[in-house]
Design a protein around this ligand. Structure first.
Ligand SMILES: CC(C)CCC[C@@H](C)[C@H]1CC[C@H]2[C@@H]3CC=C4C[C@@H](O)CC[C@]4(C)[C@H]3CC[C@]12C
Length: 270
């Protein structure tokens, strides 16, 4: 716009400029220099300001959006596996009421569903299982380490997890790289997850990297006053490595019972 206006002005003023003399000519020269400088500044501002900001913003949010989408999708798939109540086979029934069932789901293989009732509120469980996920090894000897590698908003994290050498000792130590997504509603909490691959975090020498399929924990408040919650955990894990199926199918529900036992113990300490 500015150059066009300048050109127009020049055109109109050309005959007058030719007949100008002395001071008038100097004044016109100064004004035209000012205009050129203004144009120059506008270009610099445009360069350092606008284009740089959107570029970095887009790069960050695209990356985060990918994890959020991946986590949401995993949670959605896992919850839909739980929603189909048909065809579950009883595996273990504990005296304390904990029940584990299994089901073979096309595409996912054998998955395990643990159902338990915990003496805890949604907030307590959200805090222990999501907010302070890195402290899990302090109360759960099956876990050697959980490290949050990335945060994509308040609900989604990328974690590296290492099980303890003694955990599920039938199966042996594993490490996991997962996206974990949480969704907290008034009386229900969903924790979903699935394995992901990161170039910056390839499988490490000496570790067998297991993969969490779409998996989730659904926690429902049973009673606000007594702080009781129902705890449903869909374990959908490919433990990788060379192991007979019978060993894996014994080890996984065992690991679920151990996890729940340690969680109860931690909750009783409050
Ligand atoms: C059987 C062998 C191979 C593994 C035994 C340990 C298993 C049961 C451990 C290792 C890492 C653990 C996970 C680490 C992190 C989270 C995220 C949290 O928000 C819910 C629990 C959850 C999903 C844990 C569930 C139990 C877990 C999968």
């Amino acid at each position: 716009m500015l150059p066009a206006v300048v050109k127009l002005c020049c055109g109109i003023s050309y005959p007058h400029l030719r007949s100008m003399s002395g001071l008038q000519r100097t004044a016109v020269a100064v004004i035209s220099k000012e205009i050129t400088q203004m144009k120059h500044w506008a270009q610099i501002k445009h360069h350092i300001g606008k284009p740089a900001e959107p570029k970095t913003e887009v790069a960050v949010s695209e990356d985060q959006l990918f994890y959020i989408q991946h986590g949401k999708e995993a949670l959605r798939k896992a919850v839909s596996m739980l929603e189909d109540g048909e065809g579950w086979k009883l595996e273990i029934q504990e005296n304390n009421g904990d029940v584990i069932c299994s089901k073979v789901i096309p595409g996912a293989g054998k998955v395990f569903r643990l159902e338990a009732v915990l003496e805890a509120s949604l907030d307590d469980l959200y805090d222990l299982l999501f907010v302070r996920v890195e402290n899990m090894h302090e109360w759960n000897p099956s876990i050697q380490r959980v490290k949050v590698l990335k945060r994509a908003g308040p609900e989604t994290i990328v974690t590296h997890e290492v099980s303890a050498e003694t955990a599920g000792n039938l199966i042996g130590q594993r490490d996991f790289l997962s996206v974990r997504h949480s969704c907290k509603e008034k009386s229900c909490l969903y924790l979903g997850g699935a394995a992901i691959q990161l170039e910056s975090f390839p499988p490490q020498a000496g570790f067998v990297r297991a993969e969490d399929g779409p998996t989730c924990i659904v926690i429902k408040a049973l009673d606000e006053d007594t702080r009781k919650s129902s705890f449903t955990w869909l374990l959908n894990m490919d433990v990788k490595g060379w192991l007979p199926k019978s060993i894996v199918n014994q080890g996984l529900p065992r690991a679920q019972l151990d996890f729940t036992r340690h969680l109860r113990k931690r909750l009783s300490l409050r």
